[in-house]
Write a protein that binds this ligand. Structure first.
Ligand SMILES: [Cu+2]
Length: 203
């Protein structure tokens, strides 16, 4: 009986309550009937204890591997974000949107779409140093025409073209160094000074 009590108060015992209640009920019924099944009961309880210990261990192994390993981060379904490069030579140039937010560990497909009459840079050293680039894809007339791999510092996109930057952010920060350093052909002022600047936040 003492053994039975100790087992019931086992630190893992919360999940044992229901089966133990059933077993205790059976035990008392059998005791009332003067049938001694102590040894059989202890054996049954030992096997249940063994089974639950193994089960708890397997669940721990499963969840620890699930929690601590996320697999290949560059092979996720990408989160697609579009940035339009807009403006008119001699008037203005800007990113739309000019505030971009990303999260570490997610794969992004950043589509840089130049719908203006001028070439533009997407340049942010802090951003480039905070991501892992999987690839750059160059799109012309809706067709992929090139794929570039390796560490990318900045990209330049010509009018009517699209560049897709596939990356996984690895460092957090607020980066206010996004800008375009092309000079306007009419005003000879840099696109950055005409408004083509932006902020990138990695959370
Ligand atoms: Cu520009």
């Amino acid at each position: 009986m003492i053994q039975l009590k100790n087992r019931f108060l086992d630190p893992h015992g919360k999940s044992y309550i229901l089966p133990f209640s059933c077993l205790l009920s059976s035990y008392f019924i059998l005791s009332i009937k003067n049938i001694s099944f102590n040894k059989i009961m202890i054996k049954i309880l030992s096997s249940i204890n063994f089974f639950f210990d193994k089960l708890v261990l397997l669940i721990c192994i499963f969840f620890s591997s699930y929690c601590f390993s996320k697999g290949d981060l560059t092979r996720q379904n990408p989160v697609e974000i579009e940035v339009l490069l807009k403006g008119k030579t001699g008037e203005n140039h800007f990113y739309d949107p000019s505030l971009l937010k990303f999260e570490t560990g997610k794969l992004y497909k950043l589509k840089l779409i130049n719908i203006s009459d001028s070439k533009h840079y997407f340049s942010s050293t802090n951003f480039a140093n905070s991501i892992f680039t999987r690839k750059i894809q160059v799109i012309k007339n809706k067709n992929k025409i090139a794929e570039i791999k390796g560490h990318i510092k900045e990209v330049e996109i010509f009018p009517e073209n699209i560049v897709e930057w596939w990356f996984v952010p690895v460092k957090t920060g607020v980066f206010k160094d996004l800008f375009c350093h092309v000079k306007d052909e009419i005003s000879e002022v840099s696109h950055a000074d005409m408004g083509m600047i932006g902020t990138i936040i990695i959370e």
